[in-house]
Design a protein around this ligand. Structure first.
Ligand code: NAP
Length: 460
């Protein structure tokens, strides 16, 4: 796959990059190994200092970095700036809390003393997607650098300039060579690297296919992996919900990041008695979105990340319609240049129609009516994915009961699935395993070593 910057607003090729050679990749891995030997000896204060400096540089260069994001993958410029802030927050969060998370944990055995000591495991490979080019990397790199690991990052091939900018930030912050290294290579080559004995763990955020490929290599080579994969979040509207609020969040939940969000609200499930009101208002707002140039502050929905992505989404919609789905809104690509897809709502979906089980990565919503809470839960759980989900109700206890029965890694009451540094993020089923962010996110690639202190007169 070519490593290129193509502006999805125009589909114009802006820049091409040479992939790294086998020799360059080998050197990069060796560099990360050498860096690990000294980085693991540093204390938490030194590691925190580096992360805080990178965070500060990110904030100082926010406008420039945000424009890179928008130019390479089409995110609205205001959201790109928000992503830079969030990424810097994640770096600061692990700098501020890492030492506490990684402090020795005393145990209480029957006799004698014991504790758990956290130590780094070595060089890690992170494979990252284009949809949040800075945030995804921050989630992986910040906790692991705080632990004392060193990281190699293979970023998505359509965001090479974002990938290189992150490496430059670490360099400008004074990171010793090899702590953070960008690998300009294709996905296939990333999977092939997993068998390299110098790499001790792998983390991938992306599609199920890429996750399965990387994790099977990791399994064969007895290496730990973390997978953050796709999702098809249910957004349940109960009859006691504040419908206007639910509609506002439904639109945000579906079109945030131009709809290209693993935790976007994708399946809207309304209890019959409020279904008409919800869908009428939701359709009205989706129909009136301002579609256009993501650099323009007035735009509400930009292009998809690439022409390929737009073609694939339009094809999923068409295949669903051919199989019996009804189009309530949109359904086609607008007649304008760029990787655009019209805001779309599909209904009359059932197993056998592609949109029922597949992830729809863009501004395409699926709408369902159900008779009661149990039917909503059953439908929400009838998915190969298990990432996030939401329940809208004014009865919080009822919301919690439903949240408890939804088979996903995250459920939000009265809000679409969202993210922040101190909340764990991750899924179940086809959405992967492991967690990023919060205290859980620093726990994945560490050796949790038991240290047992025994006395001479302890029993056998
Ligand atoms: P993708 O095609 O799987 O790409 C993700 C990354 O994996 C890219 O760096 C890609 O490299 C690489 N890759 C592709 N094939 C690979 C292989 N065989 N072995 C190793 N690496 C490989 O996914 P995408 O289309 O960019 O991203 C969208 C997907 O990511 C959606 O399903 C979305 O839901 C999911 N996602 C999940 C989360 C989460 O936290 N759960 C967050 C964001 C996105 P190339 O670019 O070079 O192909």
């Amino acid at each position: 796959m070519a490593i290129q910057t193509v502006d999805p607003n125009t589909n114009e090729l802006l820049k091409s990059f040479e992939e790294m050679s086998v020799f360059q990749v080998d050197e990069a891995i060796s560099g990360a190994v050498s860096a690990f030997a000294t980085w693991k000896q540093t204390n938490y204060e030194q590691r925190a200092g580096l992360l805080h400096t990178v965070a500060k540089l990110m904030r100082d260069q926010k406008q420039y970095l945000a424009r890179l994001i928008t130019m390479e993958m089409g995110k609205l410029i205001s959201q790109a700036e928000g992503e830079i802030n969030l990424s810097a927050d994640i770096l600061d969060y692990y700098a501020d809390n890492g030492a506490r998370f990684l402090a020795d944990k005393p145990l209480a055995p029957e006799f004698g003393k014991a504790f758990i000591r956290y130590s780094p495991i070595g060089v890690l490979l992170g494979v990252e997607p284009w949809n949040f080019p800075f945030y995804q990397v921050a989630r992986f790199a910040a906790p692991n650098i705080m632990v004392g690991n060193t990281v190699l990052v293979k970023h998505a091939s359509i965001v090479p300039q974002c990938a290189m900018a992150i490496e430059v930030l670490f360099k400008e912050a004074g990171a010793p060579k090899g702590i953070y290294t960008n690998l300009l290579i294709s996905g296939k080559r990333a999977s092939m690297l997993v068998s390299d004995k110098r790499i001790k763990g792998v983390s991938l955020t992306g599609s199920e296919a890429a996750g399965a490929s990387l994790a099977s290599e990791a399994g064969k080579n007895l290496k730990k992996s973390v997978l953050e994969l796709g999702g098809s979040d249910a957004f349940i509207i109960l009859e006691d919900a504040d419908i206007d609020k639910a509609v506002e969040w439904a639109v945000v939940g579906r079109i945030n990041n131009n709809g290209e969000c693993c935790v976007a609200a994708k399946r809207f499930i309304a209890i019959e008695s409020v279904a008409d009101e919800f869908i009428t208002k939701f359709k009205d707002k989706m129909a009136n979105l301002i579609v256009g140039d993501p650099m323009d502050a007035a735009t509400q929905l930009g292009p998809l990340s690439s022409e390929e992505a737009a073609v694939a989404l339009a094809d999923q919609v068409q295949r669903s319609v051919d199989a019996g789905a009804t189009v309530l809104l949109g359904g086609k690509r607008p007649s304008r240049p760029g990787a655009f897809m019209a805001p779309t709502i599909l209904t009359d979906l059932h197993p056998g129609i592609p949109a029922y089980y597949e992830e729809l990565f863009g501004p395409v919503a699926s709408f369902y009516r159900v008779k009661d809470d149990q039917a909503a839960i059953d439908l929400a759980n009838d998915s190969p994915f298990g990432l996030g989900g939401s329940v809208f109700t004014q009865n919080i206890e009822r919301g919690k009961l439903i949240a408890d029965q939804i088979d996903t890694g995250m459920v939000f009451i009265n809000h679409p699935t969202w993210t922040q540094a101190d909340l764990p993020f991750g899924g179940t089923k086809g959405s992967g395993y492991g967690r990023e962010l919060s205290e859980l996110g620093i726990d994945e690639f560490v050796n949790k070593k038991l240290i047992r202190v025994c006395e001479l007169n302890d029993p056998f």
